[in-house]
Design a protein around this ligand. Structure first.
Ligand code: COA
Length: 254
């Protein structure tokens, strides 16, 4: 079965991560599917709302590290770039239901959604520093604006997981639910939105986001250049090598 499932019903397009045995980590082939799905949903008249969901136990472990090392994203046309650009510019409401770990891009993408519902087992993390990297897809901007500087610094410099209740306090999450209810609640909210006038939803979102749109694209570009360079440097090589070898990284020499 496909590792990304896309299903449209009653005006709601649902994108499900479906790679449980690898904790829903995302390969570049999966990013290509995500990019196509989001791009198509933007113009498909049958889609009024987009929903991302994972499994009750895990949303996404972020990039598939082996695949990421073999096919690192190079340039603006890389599937991950096409996906995140399409999501950042997505004109209709986008909702995420998050249970269990949401690592790296699994958390980064939430800042480009409009509503986020979390299971009480959700654990968000942006461990870019711990991987010898820097934030991606405007998270150095979006996290700081949403959390305030000190809480953003804790999330991005320490890179440690924070749970659903903390995410609720920062404004990342709209509501915390039992994990068995999170996907269903997100679907119910999506159906409510899908029954509203689409033109009003789109215009309201555009007006709310327009002040920031150019800044977000610029920050994505600057972060992408740094991220691409840092990926080839010793700290990231040590961090990813350690993950593959199932050991702790040793940054004492980098
Ligand atoms: N890329 C590739 N494989 C991954 C992965 C990833 N991002 N995340 C998990 N996996 C694999 C594990 O290597 C493991 O494989 P194995 O069965 O061959 O040993 C399998 O998925 C199950 O993962 P495991 O770590 O045993 O599950 P867990 O429930 O104990 O922990 C996570 C779940 C998500 C907290 C943990 O897997 C993790 O931290 N993953 C790395 C996340 C990361 O650093 N992502 C950023 C990438 S830029």
């Amino acid at each position: 079965m496909s590792e990304i499932l896309v299903h449209t019903e009653a005006g709601v397009a649902t994108i499900s991560f479906n790679r449980l045995e690898r904790k829903n980590s995302i390969t570049s082939a999966m990013y290509a599917t995500l990019a196509d799905a989001v791009t198509q949903a933007a113009t498909d008249a049958a889609v009024r709302v987009l929903v991302f969901q994972g499994h009750e136990t895990v949303f996404s472990a972020g990039n598939d590290i082996g695949d990421f090392l073999n096919t690192p994203p190079t340039g603006d046309d890389a599937p991950v770039w096409r996906f995140m650009r399409a999501l950042a510019a997505f004109p209709k409401p986008a909702i995420a239901a998050v249970c269990g770990p949401a690592v790296g891009i699994g958390t980064t993408l939430l800042f480009h959604c409009d509503l986020v519902y979390a299971g009480d087992n959700a654990a968000f993390s942006m461990p870019f520093v711990n991987l010898g990297l820097c934030p991606e897809f405007a998270s150095s901007l979006t996290v700081t604006q949403m959390f305030g500087y000190h809480r953003a610094a804790e999330a991005l410099l320490m890179g440690e997981p924070f749970m659903a209740e903390a995410a609720l306090e920062t404004g990342l999450v709209n509501r915390v639910l039992p994990p068995t209810e999170a996907n269903g609640y997100a679907q119910a909210q999506a159906r409510k939105l899908a029954a509203k006038p689409l033109s009003s939803l789109v215009e309201t979102k555009r007006l709310m986001k327009k002040g920031q749109a150019a800044q977000i694209m610029a920050q994505m570009g600057e972060e992408g250049a740094s991220f691409g360079r840092m990926l080839r440097e010793p700290a990231a090589r040590e961090a990813f090598g350690a993950f593959m070898e199932k050991r702790k990284p040793d940054f004492s020499k980098v």
